[in-house]
Design a protein around this ligand. Structure first.
Ligand code: PDD
Length: 277
């Protein structure tokens, strides 16, 4: 079930979720965002919308709806469904039907999985997967990398896979960004090689303001054994320790990891408080 809640929005109209139909997304190009809702507040909405606009620009399409339009639409969807915690998906599809350009806008609640406290403590099992996201900065539906990643996750019973390019460099998770910790420094693959995750963006911002060392650099698979700890970042995962990548095991109780995780959770609380008053 892709759509949850009682109603979804298709081209600005509310429709009962029993009639949800996204089969038309098979055609054309669809760019999307997944936004976490806490206390009825869409977290980091402006960051997500900036990325949506950027994805459309890179793909040579234009979105006419303004930031305010999206803010109103997501607000109305939250109120209409009366769901205060979950995940909203915004999809903009660009298609050509009989020679005419067509655009569809879908906004809906989608089932979420937020990691358990056990997973946050013990870390999650991951493995490597050879796959390249072409145009890594664009958040696009149904990429080939997604399909290959899903197969490996199911086959090896993993929580997530870590993507590796043809030269053995690590890029990101299939639906997350990845960070390593060595001594007291965070290390993450460079912006140009990955999706510019909103969580990643906020982690980098927090490291700057809190004087936590962070380096963006290419990481080769041969360097992994030198790393003390690793974590994934993402809208649903927040900051999630990695127990292992295949046979490489990591320490999940690392102090720097706990510090950045605490700071990130606090930044979410602050964001909600600023918008709830
Ligand atoms: N995925 N890298 C990839 C390839 C992703 O698909 C995602 C997010 C991220 C993390 O980005 P963010 O911090 O903005 O969630 C990194 C979403 C959640 C998804 O596909 O459902």
């Amino acid at each position: 079930m892709e759509c949850s809640g009682n109603f979804y929005l298709h081209n600005f109209k509310f429709i009962k979720s029993d009639h949800f139909d996204d089969s038309f997304l098979k055609n054309g190009i669809s760019i999307y965002e997944v936004i976490r809702i806490e206390n009825g507040v869409p977290l980091f909405l402006e960051n997500h919308l900036n990325r949506l606009y950027k994805s459309s620009e890179i793909s040579n399409f234009s979105i006419n709806e303004s930031y305010c339009d999206f803010e109103t639409l997501t607000g109305e969807l939250i109120t209409k469904n009366n769901i205060l915690r979950g995940k909203i998906k915004i999809i903009v599809q660009f298609n050509t039907v009989n020679g005419d350009k067509e655009k569809n806008l879908l906004i809906y609640f989608t089932p979420h999985y937020f990691p358990t406290s056990e997973e946050c403590k013990k870390g999650v099992k991951t493995g490597f997967c050879k796959a390249i996201r072409l145009n890594p900065q664009v958040k696009i539906l149904n990429s080939e990398a997604r399909i290959r990643a899903n197969d490996t996750i199911a086959e090896k019973k993993l929580f997530e896979v870590i993507l590796q390019d043809n030269d053995g460099f690590i890029t990101e998770g299939s639906r997350s960004n990845v960070f390593f910790i060595k001594d007291d420094e965070l290390i993450t693959p460079p912006e140009s090689d990955v999706l510019q995750g909103i969580t990643r963006l906020n982690i980098i911002r927090l490291c700057k303001s809190e004087n936590i060392k962070l380096k963006e650099k290419k990481i080769h698979i041969s360097e992994i054994s030198e790393m003390d700890s690793a974590f994934l970042s993402g809208t649903s995962l927040k900051i999630l320790p990695v127990n292992n990548i295949d046979s490489f095991e990591f320490y999940t109780q690392n102090q720097v990891l706990q510090k950045i995780s605490g700071l990130y959770n606090k930044s979410i609380e602050d964001y909600i408080n600023e918008r709830s008053t």
